[in-house]
Design a binder for this molecule. Structure first.
Ligand SMILES: *Cc1c(COP(=O)(O)O)cnc(C)c1O
Ligand SMILES: [Zn+2]
Length: 417
């Protein structure tokens, strides 16, 4: 917190002190705030040498986080997710080099844990005993998990269509779960009103300026993990837009602090049935809310609130956006697992599908290196995974049945006797 200078409104550019709790008072709900740090000061202590002595989790970047380092962190492991090179998936896509950062390995299985961890820290610092959010699933499960660990009560509003495994996570962590009849937007609006009414801490990325700071830690990690090898492209799936903006902010900060020699370009990937940010990106016009549908429930957002930040981030990076179909997402789900060894949920692997699309369009060149952030774990949405794969073989416990079943599969295996 001692490194925070001020909060800048993304609409009117006015600067506010950290006492402003959510959005810009002059611009209302559109006035999302961006936290600015004293990088000169941060640079003195945020060095590779100091980092080498710090614990491997997201809190290692304390100079660039808006929290009081004297308040203890909740114990669950968030951040410092593994980053793999996946040459077989790279050659399947026709790409020089491909890396996956597996954010499905976080505390509750998604990238959202990074934001909720900061949200819970902030809620505690400000003396709240309850927090709430509206979510397609992962923001909620991450809030529920982190809050349970910190002893905060949670109220969660999910759309009717939220997949069961995500709802199960909420219930098991003890949240009060409200399945709202309607869309994500309906759940969101009700949550906003309820936070006002009951005085709950509001963990909605659309208005809470601190959450993107948690999300940015993925970008900070990419900078530290890749260093000189920072790839030409970093790929992130886009729903509300907060994630891609956060990753870009983190990468830019690592560049400013000298951890990486150059900036990558950002590829933002949306689902074809839910691509209002892509439309705004391409037309340069203000975002128009859409009715959306996609298998990638975590990025099926019809009225994204952080679209301005997302479009600005992607443009600033010199990057671009693409949209992918449900079928392409299912293919990517299978390929990422089989050739990359990582099982991601549909929104988690939409980035991989996006890489293929960008290669086809010539936006990404075959000779370039690419890093995809896999934003959520495949176990979050087993129903979708089952759509991408054949059924298992069913047989009696008998070696002859096994032989004929394998034969039917077209598998001719050599027998030892
Ligand atoms: C939320 C989410 C995203 C997209 O993040 P936004 O901030 O909504 O753009 C991508 N993947 C997964 C798995 C998510 O849960
Ligand atoms: Zn403003």
């Amino acid at each position: 917190m001692e490194h925070v200078i001020h909060l800048t409104c993304v609409v009117c550019k006015r600067q506010h002190t950290p006492e402003v709790p959510y959005t810009c008072p002059a611009c209302g709900r559109d006035g999302i705030l961006d936290i600015q740090y004293d990088y000169e000061k941060a640079r003195r202590t945020l060095t590779r040498e100091n980092l080498s002595r710090r614990t491997l989790h997201m809190w290692r970047y304390q100079e660039l986080l808006p929290i009081d380092p004297r308040i203890p962190y909740p114990p669950p492991q968030v951040g410092w997710t593994p980053l793999y090179e996946v040459p077989r998936l790279a050659s399947q896509l026709g790409l020089f080099a491909l890396f996956l950062k597996d954010d499905g390995r976080n505390h509750t299985g998604s990238f959202k844990d990074r934001a909720s961890a900061v949200g819970v820290m902030k809620a505690r610092e400000l003396g709240f005993s309850s927090a709430a959010c509206a979510s397609t699933g992962n923001a909620a499960s991450s809030l529920a998990g982190m809050a349970a660990s910190a002893g905060l009560e949670t109220f969660i509003f999910v759309p009717e269509t939220a997949p069961d495994p995500k709802v199960a996570q909420l219930l098991i962590f003890g949240s009060h779960v409200m399945k709202v009849k309607g869309s994500y937007e309906d759940a969101y609006d009700l949550c906003m009103q309820a936070c006002e009414q009951y005085g709950w801490y509001n963990r909605n990325c659309a208005i809470n300026p601190y959450l993107v700071e948690g999300k940015k830690t993925a970008g900070l990690e990419i900078g530290e993990q890749m260093g000189e090898e920072i790839p030409e492209w970093v790929v992130v799936s886009v729903g509300d837009g907060c994630t891609v903006a956060g990753v870009w902010k983190g990468i830019r900060e690592m560049h400013a602090l000298g951890f990486i020699p150059r900036l990558p370009r950002i590829l933002g990937v949306q689902a074809e049935g839910a691509a209002p940010v892509l439309k705004a990106f391409e037309t340069g016009e203000d975002l128009k809310p859409l009715r959306v549908h996609s298998i990638a429930d975590s990025i099926a957002v019809g009225e994204p609130r952080n679209w301005r930040k997302a479009v600005a981030a992607i443009k600033e990076s010199g990057g671009t956006m693409v949209a992918v179909s449900d079928e392409e997402i299912l293919t990517a789900m299978k390929e990422t697992a089989r050739l990359g060894g990582v099982f991601g949920e549909p929104a988690g692997v939409a980035g991989v599908a996006g890489v293929r699309k960008a290669l086809e369009k010539g936006a990404i060149g075959e000779g370039e290196s690419v890093l995809v952030v896999v934003t959520g774990n495949g176990l979050k949405d087993v129903k979708s995974a089952m759509q991408a794969v054949p059924s298992p073989l069913i047989l009696s416990p008998d070696l002859d049945h096994l032989a004929s079943a394998l034969e039917k599969e077209g598998l001719t295996l050599k027998r030892r006797n």
